[in-house]
Design a binder for this molecule. Structure first.
Ligand code: ARG
Length: 577
């Protein structure tokens, strides 16, 4: 049940019946202050202005047309023409009962499901995943889970980098190891070291560098031996990624991988199409597209280079092929790209060109969902203590270990197995949640103490809140599935909790419309706070029979909402911690 949508529909209908334009929005929002009710409609003033009437008089007319008697106990006009809505306690109680009965907490499935292609994670396979891949991976995954929950068809696309010039260098190094009879799989168990060793040879040894360049050409022209070597490398590197996904609890699988190399055979076609459409221009021997939209104030245009002198293709060429594929083969209605903000210009250019070239339908929405950088406490991009890039797998190991230490010190009596499991869940959740809870577009500072704190908007706080609610329910020793006493809302704190519980659906809408999971995080954090206030003011287990069952159901709905909300964020919950 989405109250906001319901009120929007009803109020808009009343506005139209009172003479407003058909598309005049009611602009229903949650009220910021209790004296303004639970919701307010802000659309009256704008609608009145359009038809040239006095807003307060118009508001009065709308109220005559508006019957909210089933859900609201009071509807007021305030200020210049705001409509304030005070929901009815009986209605809230009855709706909560519906919410309880439904596994999806009465959240509606969308009436018009879309096919949404989501491009996320996409590490470069030449190296191991590092902290820079965290954001795309966890934010993308939360949005994917929420889209699916709402009934959209999601196609995950892990656009991994497996095809650049670096691969020549890596293959040359594999060749060398093989000639020395060294075990390649051993060497590849640590990709960072392998990459560095290959890079040293490449930089210091001219013959090696020449061989590396030869191998790129051989690879790209389909040489079998080269491909076999390359496949071996990619397989191992992909397995490293999968281990990290597993540790992180990310829903990406092998079948979601659509690597850069998969578009190789289509790149020539992209160039030909651009050529036929007269969009290509030659510049210093390279094939480029110059678009007015990307001119600076002196009129100089930053072009997209699609083919280098000598014939090589680029990152942009592959992305153009990918747009076409996502439209023509995957039938996307929407394509979301969770990629670093530093690639914003690249995506604006790709999107603009794709439209000009007709690679996408005019109705298809292409959306870059940029994110900021993970920073260290020194205000620079996050590095390990020794100054290297932080490997994601090492970071996640450390998180689990730190959380384990924390849990062990808080619960010395817990069996070590359980301490380890709680440490695993809390550690991973902390890293993910610290990332998800920040506004996607800003940078944030990676700080162990903050993310592992039991206070504030953190994973430990929320997981603890969940386990506490779960334990209240357990201690009641009531078979909750058999409760059918009505939920009665009387105390102010019960009411605040009830209204908050309903706002879950509004919070998850924002995750899918804006690709911003931090709205859901903020909601879950507020919900926990409202629950704690309720719990202090309204005893549950000590309440008289009837009231006890009613309040227990409020606790149950809270637990289910926290659990479902966290699961949409890709975070596991614990019954005990
Ligand atoms: N592999 C790229 C990188 O590490 C990200 C790819 C993002 N997706 C895309 N379609 N370009 O920067």
């Amino acid at each position: 049940m989405n109250i906001q949508t319901l009120l929007n529909q009803r109020i808009q209908a009343a506005m139209v019946a009172s003479g407003a334009a058909d598309d005049a929005p009611a602009l229903v929002r949650q009220s910021a202050k209790v004296q303004f009710g639970d919701y307010q409609a802000n659309g009256i003033m704008g609608a009145a202005k359009k038809i040239g009437t006095n807003p307060r008089e118009f508001a009065a007319k709308v109220l005559e047309q508006l019957d909210l008697s089933d859900i609201a106990e009071k509807v007021d006009i305030a200020g210049p023409g705001f409509i304030n809505i005070f929901l009815k306690n009986e209605w809230l109680g009855a709706q909560l009962g519906e919410q309880r009965k439904s596994e999806r907490l009465d959240v509606a499935v969308v009436a018009d499901p879309q096919t949404v292609v989501v491009d996320y994670s996409a590490p470069n396979l030449a190296k191991e995943m590092h902290v820079g891949h965290l954001r795309s991976t966890v934010i993308g995954d939360a949005v994917v889970r929420t889209l699916e929950f709402l009934g959209h068809k999601v196609v995950r696309q892990n656009h991994v980098g497996d095809w650049g010039t670096q691969f020549g260098m890596l293959l040359a190094y594999m060749e060398r190891l093989r000639a020395q009879n060294s075990k390649i799989s051993m060497a590849l168990s640590d990709l960072e070291t392998f990459y560095r060793a290959a890079k040293t040879c490449f930089d210091d040894d001219e013959a090696f560098a020449a061989r590396a360049r030869e191998l790129v050409v051989a690879l790209q022209s389909g040489d079998e031996e080269c491909l076999a070597l390359w496949n071996e490398f990619i397989d191992i590197s992909m397995a490293h990624c999968e281990e990290t996904y597993k540790m992180l609890g990310v829903s990406l699988a092998r079948q979601d991988v659509m690597p850069e190399s998969a578009y190789n055979d289509d790149l020539e076609n992209v160039i030909n199409e651009l050529q036929t459409q007269g969009l290509l221009q030659e510049s210093d021997g390279a094939k480029c597209v110059f678009m007015e939209e990307f001119a600076n104030k002196d009129g100089e245009i930053t072009p997209i280079i699609v083919q280098k002198t000598g014939g090589g293709f680029l990152y942009a060429t592959t992305d153009l092929a990918a747009v076409r594929y996502r439209q023509k083969v995957l039938n996307a209605d929407r394509v979301l790209y969770f990629v670093d903000a530093r690639q914003s210009l690249h995506f604006q250019q790709i999107f603009t060109l794709s439209r000009k070239a007709g690679f996408v339908e005019p109705t298809t929405s292409l959306e870059h969902m940029p994110f900021g950088t993970v920073m260290g406490s020194d205000g620079k991009p996050f590095k390990t203590r020794s100054g290297g890039v932080a490997k994601l797998s090492a970071l996640l190991e450390e998180a689990q270990e730190r959380a384990f230490q924390l849990v062990a010190s808080k619960n010395p009596d817990m069996a070590e197995d359980e301490q380890r499991n709680v440490g695993r869940v809390v550690g991973i959740a902390s890293v993910k949640y610290a990332d998800l809870s920040k506004n996607r577009t800003s940078d944030y500072v990676f700080n162990w103490d903050n993310m592992l704190s039991f206070e504030g908007n953190t994973a430990p706080y929320l997981l603890y809140a969940y386990s506490r609610v779960a334990s209240i329910v357990r201690r009641s020793e009531i078979d909750v599935s058999s409760i059918n006493a009505p939920i009665t809302i009387a105390a102010e704190q019960e009411r605040a909790l009830a209204v908050k519980l309903f706002q879950f659906e509004e919070a998850i809408q924002q995750v899918v419309s804006d690709g911003m999971p931090h709205f859901l995080c903020a909601y879950l954090y507020e919900l926990s706070g409202v629950f704690m206030t309720f719990y202090e003011a309204c005893p549950i287990l000590a309440a008289e029979s009837g009231l006890k069952e009613s309040r227990l159901q409020l606790a149950l709905n809270t637990a289910s909402t926290l659990q479902l909300g966290l699961s949409l964020l890709g975070i596991e919950t614990l019954e005990r911690m």
